[in-house]
Structures are given as structure tokens and as C-alpha cells.
Design a protein around this ligand. Structure first.
Ligand code: DX5
Ligand code: ZN
Length: 222
């Protein structure tokens, strides 16, 4: 499988969201960070905004739910048009049922772990999931520094995926940029979220191409 790039609109101009969504059209996914002010201290946007974004976006929506009670809310994001829905393991009561609900709605089911959560906690779930998101910053804010000490989690998960013959995708989110993308891809990541790296560049398309190229060169598992 090829490296995929998912620009995060957390770093976009929220007053010009459609313009900034179209500006990253050559990426693979549009990463939408939903924060509720409880699971994480920050507050962003919710269902009605994701619904409209899905209607105008040329890219499929990769919704990253940093919210409490994903058992109740995650399927609603699939219903309003998200193609991939990521819930946090730390917030989930019954992750297997959430994943099954998402798949039954036709969405890709994905589970995220915070830096303090061991990757071993998610390994028993990989048969129920289409993607695992390993956070490479503390969730809540864009523009933080990449946590290289998360790389052993990627290696462990990549080995487990290979051993299981699974086609699970492994997403990295936080601090991914030209300087860090090779490290995370070599460690096993294949879907890369990039917020400030893409939106901080004058040429967003050029930045997406540069990240994809650097990631592809570093990929042994592609
Ligand atoms: C952080 C969000 C990220 C954020 C990444 O909680 O989940 O998606 O936008 O931003 P950068 O790429 O700037 O670290
Ligand atoms: Zn995110």
C-alpha cells in the first residue's frame, strides 16, 4: 500500500474553511479534529460542521474524535458523511461494538491511543479495525513537537499487523513534517496527518507532494 497524506484542518483558516479544504485537494484524506473540551481541553467543531465539510470536500473525511462517549457519538459521524471515523480507546466503553457499528454504516473503523496508552491495549482489537491512530503528540492542539519516543509502538503494531496478515492502516498524528516523516514511516506508519506542516506552507500542494515523496522513499512495508 502507498503512503497516504491527511492534512488536518485544525491549522486551516476557520473563516475560510472551504477555500482551505480545496487547497489540499491533492492529498488522500481530509483530517477533521473534533474536540469536546472534556476529553481534551480544547474545543473545535461537531456534527453539523462535519456534515457540511463532507458535502463540500473533494477528499473523503477522516474524522478524529477527541470526545467523551464515542459509544454514543462515533456512529453519528459516519451517518453525516465521514468515510473514516477514529475514536479514542481511552474514552470508549465497548470499542468492539463501536467498530462494528461504524463498519455497518459503511465507514472505516479506527481507534486512537494517546501517548500514555500502551500499544498492547489495542492489539486485541485489530481484527475489528481498519486503522489504528498512534498519537505522536498529546491530543488537543496543533503545532506541537513530534514525540520520537512513540516509535516503538509503531514497530510493535507493524509487526503484529504483519503477523496477522492484516491490512490495517497505521496512522501517525502530531508533529509530522519533512523532518520527521521518514522516521515514522520507517517505524511502520503509513497514513500521515499533517496540520501545521501543510497549512504553514505557502504552497500546500507542493508540501503534500514533498511529504508523500519523502514518506514513500522511507517505506519498507509499502
Ligand atoms: C492534535 C490533532 C492533530 C493536529 C496535528 O490533537 O489531533 O490532528 O492537527 O497538528 P500538527 O500536524 O501541527 O502537529
Ligand atoms: Zn488529529
Amino acid at each position: 500500500m502507498a503512503i497516504q497524506i491527511a492534512p488536518s484542518i485544525l491549522s486551516a483558516d476557520f473563516a475560510n474553511l472551504e477555500r482551505d479544504i480545496v487547497a489540499v485537494a491533492e492529498a488522500d484524506w481530509l483530517h477533521v479534529d473534533v474536540m469536546d473540551g472534556h476529553f481534551v481541553p480544547n474545543l473545535t467543531l461537531g456534527l453539523p460542521v462535519v456534515e457540511r465539510i463532507a458535502q463540500v470536500s473533494p477528499l473523503p473525511i477522516d474524522a478524529h474524535l477527541m470526545i467523551e462517549d464515542p459509544d454514543r457519538w462515533a456512529p453519528r459521524y459516519a451517518e453525516v458523511g465521514a468515510t473514516s471515523v477514529t475514536f479514542h480507546l481511552e474514552a470508549a466503553r465497548d470499542p468492539r461494538t463501536i467498530a462494528a457499528d461504524l463498519r455497518s454504516l459503511g465507514a472505516r473503523a479506527s481507534c486512537a491511543i494517546k501517548p500514555g496508552t500502551p500499544v498492547e491495549d489495542v492489539l486485541p482489537l485489530i481484527d475489528t479495525l481498519d486503522m489504528v491512530l498512534i498519537m505522536t503528540v498529546e491530543p488537543g492542539f496543533g503545532g506541537q513537537s513530534f514525540m520520537e519516543d512513540m516509535m516503538p509502538k509503531f514497530r510493535t503494531l507493524r509487526a503484529a499487523v504483519a503477523a496477522a496478515g492484516s491490512d490495517l492502516w497505521i496512522q501517525a498524528d502530531g508533529g509530522v513534517a519533512r523532518e520527521t516523516i521518514a522516521t515514522v514511516v520507517e517505524s511502520g506508519g503509513d497514513v500521515l496527518v499533517a496540520g501545521s506542516a501543510v497549512y504553514g506552507a505557502d504552497d500546500r500542494g507542493g508540501e503534500i507532494r514533498a511529504l508523500r515523496e519523502l514518506g514513500q522513499e522511507a517505506c519498507h512495508h509499502c
